[in-house]
Design a binder for this molecule. Structure first.
Ligand SMILES: C[S@@+](CC[C@H](N)C(=O)[O-])C[C@H]1O[C@@H](n2cnc3c(N)ncnc32)[C@H](O)[C@@H]1O
Length: 212
């Protein structure tokens, strides 16, 4: 995932807040036990997610792609006092890991984890979203955007991760189903007049989208 200058990333890491003990435990456990630990949002991105949520003070957050619970706990830190974060994970084993960390966090009553396919679960959630974080299978990003946008409040936010897809979307000829899907998503969002957007070159790319 290192297409951004690793020295710049190390510098950003050095001058950003450090992870709290539980987030560090999640990272250490995931790196030690999970073959796909690279899927974790890093420390800087985690702090950024927390700060966005703190600015928005959302009552309802939807996360698509829980993995081991790292980003859900970052986002949950910014919830309004009555806020709830829904998060969706397809892989039972990862969901069980996340539940274990949510239980330890003191925020378990504010987090509802749904196990299953996000395209089926999203339409079943009767909520209006203040903030949505899209971070699951790349080929479904356009579906996730279209499924959630009608239920995002006016002035509400969507964050989409991995929008630079390891730099592969920058190639003149884009090869592979995931980079192609992400490029199609970026084109789709950029042309959508229902929203405003800014693509940030943080980590693997993060687009911040605001519903008008
Ligand atoms: C990049 S990881 C999420 C990382 C997490 N947000 C974090 O920052 O720590 C993507 C997750 O989405 C899950 N996923 C992939 N396709 C899915 C689907 N159709 N429905 C629900 N979850 C899915 C994967 O199992 C994986 O755990």
């Amino acid at each position: 995932m290192n297409f951004i200058d690793p020295f710049a990333e190390q510098y950003a890491d050095k001058y950003s807040d450090k992870l709290d003990d539980l987030l560090k435990e999640i990272v250490d456990f995931t790196v030690a036990t999970h073959p796909k630990s690279h899927m974790l949002s890093g420390a800087v991105q985690g702090k950024f997610l927390e700060m966005v949520a703190t600015m928005v003070k959302p009552s309802r957050v939807l996360e698509i792609g829980t993995f081991t619970g790292f980003s859900a706990l970052c986002l949950a830190k910014g919830l309004a006092p009555d806020g709830i974060l829904h998060t969706i994970e397809m892989r039972v084993e990862d969901a069980q890991t996340a539940i274990r960390f949510f239980d330890k966090s003191g925020m378990k009553d504010k987090i509802k984890l749904h196990i299953g396919n996000a395209t089926e679960i999203i339409p079943s959630l009767d909520e209006s979203w203040d903030l949505v974080f899209i971070d699951a299978d790349k080929v479904s990003y356009i579906d996730y955007y279209e499924l959630t946008l009608p239920r995002v409040k006016s002035g509400g936010w969507i964050l989409a991760d991995n929008v630079l897809f390891h730099g592969q979307v920058l190639n003149e000829v884009i090869v592979g189903k995931n980079p192609k899907a992400i490029h199609a998503f970026n084109e789709h969002v950029s042309k959508d007049e229902r929203t405003e957007k800014a693509m940030l070159t943080i980590r693997d790319g993060l687009t911040l989208i605001r519903k008008k």
